[in-house]
Structures are given as structure tokens and as C-alpha cells.
Design a protein around this ligand. Structure first.
Ligand SMILES: C[S@@+](CC[C@H](N)C(=O)[O-])C[C@H]1O[C@@H](n2cnc3c(N)ncnc32)[C@H](O)[C@@H]1O
Length: 228
């Protein structure tokens, strides 16, 4: 099935795998969690098991996070079971900070209600390329064809424009600012060159080689900042 050149059958197969074959358990890539944790210092993983929790404190299916009091939490990380994304998002504005990793489905009702129309959403990071989720039973990762987004909520309504960026799926480095750019901080380089350098590094090129290859186009400092 194709629509405007997009292979939807791939997308649908992946969706079916997650919601119908009981695979609500795909795990967040460690590096993605670590980048977010460095900034948000998470105090609880809101959707986890003892085996896959990223934090010392977590809520499991048995606890049922949806029945818990999120208002007492400082900073929640949540990659929810994809069959219950809307129910989890309904609680996103309760803790001081909540960071969600969810499918990017901007056409849906839950997205309109809990994302586009939420005054508590402060930042949206649209993920470029598929994220390499970790298989629930094995240790290998799969680059998902399903588009995903990271959402940052606070318990106070935002007073400035929603910041919307496009981030690299492997590093979470910014590739492009779509809206809400803070004045005085434009990105120095375009998205394609950043993405190109990050992907070459992912495929094995050393930082030194890339500094040399892009000499004159991108400063040594920028290459180091994107890759280290
Ligand atoms: C997509 S996985 C995320 C796993 C892991 N925390 C991560 O981010 O890598 C969703 C997890 O939520 C758990 N879960 C399912 N229903 C839940 C509920 N009602 N309350 C809390 N956790 C739940 C599942 O067992 C699963 O481990």
C-alpha cells in the first residue's frame, strides 16, 4: 500500500506487531535515555518492569501507573505501552516534569487533545529516521519504521512558543529548529551536514577523519560537539 510515495504496509505491519502481538515492551535505546536523563535527571520510569526500568524507581503493569499519583513526582520518564498511549499522556501535566517517547501520529484524536492543544507541553522533538528500539526478549535493536517523537511537559502552562525541533534518532543531537527558536541562538550549520557527519560516524568514520574531511565547511569544534 502506498500513499504519496510512502510505503504504509511497512508502517502498518510494525503497528500491528506492537499492539496486537502483545509487544508493548520494546525498550528505549540506552543512549537516548542517557542523553535525556543528563538533562532531566529522572526520578521514576512510569512504564517498566524490574528488568527494563531505566530508573531506581518505576511503576509496572501490576502497579498500574494509571492509578498512581503522578503529582508527587519530580521528573518522570515514560515510554508507555503503545496500546495505552492516550491514557498515559492524560497524566503528562501532573508531575513537575514528564518526558514521553511516543509514536508520532499527529493526525489522531489523542495527539490533538494531549499534544497540540496542551498548554503544558513545552517542547517537541521530532525524531529523524527510525529509532533503534531494543527487542523485548533479545538484546538486538531494530530501526523502527514507525515515526516517534519526544515530548517534554511541565506542570505549569508554557509562557512562550512551543519549541519544536528535529533530532537525530541515534544521538538526539539537534538537526533543525522548526519553531520556538530562542532569539540569538540560531543553529550554525544546516540539518543535512549535521546528519551526514553523524551518520558517517555511526558507520565507523573516526572523529579525526571527519574533521579533516569537512575542513573549511565545519569547524573542528562543531564536529567534536556533535560526535562526543
Ligand atoms: C514500551 S515499554 C518501555 C520499557 C522501558 N521502561 C523502556 O523505556 O525502555 C512499556 C512498559 O510498560 C509496562 N506497562 C504496561 N502497562 C503498564 C501500566 N499500566 N503501568 C505501568 N507500566 C505498564 C510494560 O510491561 C512495559 O515494560
Amino acid at each position: 500500500m502506498t500513499e504519496q510515495g510512502v510505503d504504509l504496509s511497512r508502517y502498518l505491519r510494525h503497528g500491528a506487531k506492537i499492539t496486537e502481538n502483545g509487544s508493548d515492551d520494546w525498550q528505549t535505546p540506552r543512549i537516548i535515555y542517557e542523553v535525556l536523563n543528563k538533562r532531566f535527571r529522572f526520578t521514576r520510569d512510569a512504564a517498566a518492569t524490574a528488568e527494563n526500568s531505566h530508573c531506581l524507581k518505576w511503576w509496572s503493569r501490576e502497579d498500574n501507573a494509571l492509578l498512581m499519583d503522578w503529582t508527587q513526582e519530580k521528573s518522570i520518564f515514560c515510554n508507555p505501552p503503545y496500546s495505552k498511549v492516550a491514557e498515559f499522556l492524560a497524566k503528562a501535566h501532573e508531575p513537575e516534569t514528564a518526558v514521553f517517547l511516543i509514536p508520532f501520529r499527529p493526525q489522531t484524536g489523542f495527539f490533538l487533545r494531549y499534544v497540540w492543544a496542551s498548554p503544558y507541553l513545552h517542547e517537541m522533538m521530532i525524531i529523524h529516521r527510525g529509532m533503534r528500539f531494543i527487542h523485548p526478549e533479545r538484546s538486538d535493536s531494530v530501526r523502527s519504521p514507525m515515526p516517534v517523537v519526544v515530548l517534554v511537559y511541565h506542570n505549569k502552562p508554557r509562557e512562550r512558543d512551543l519549541l519544536i525541533t528535529v533530532k537525530c534518532a541515534d544521538t538526539l543531537k539537534p538537526l533543525h529548529v522548526v519553531a520556538g527558536q530562542r532569539p540569538g541562538h540560531p543553529l550554525e550549520h544546516g540539518h543535512s551536514i549535521r546528519d551526514q557527519i553523524i551518520q558517517e560516524h555511526q558507520r565507523g568514520a573516526s572523529v579525526a577523519d571527519l574533521v579533516k574531511k569537512y575542513e573549511g565547511k565545519v569547524s573542528r569544534r562543531s564536529v567534536y560537539r556533535w560526535l562526543k
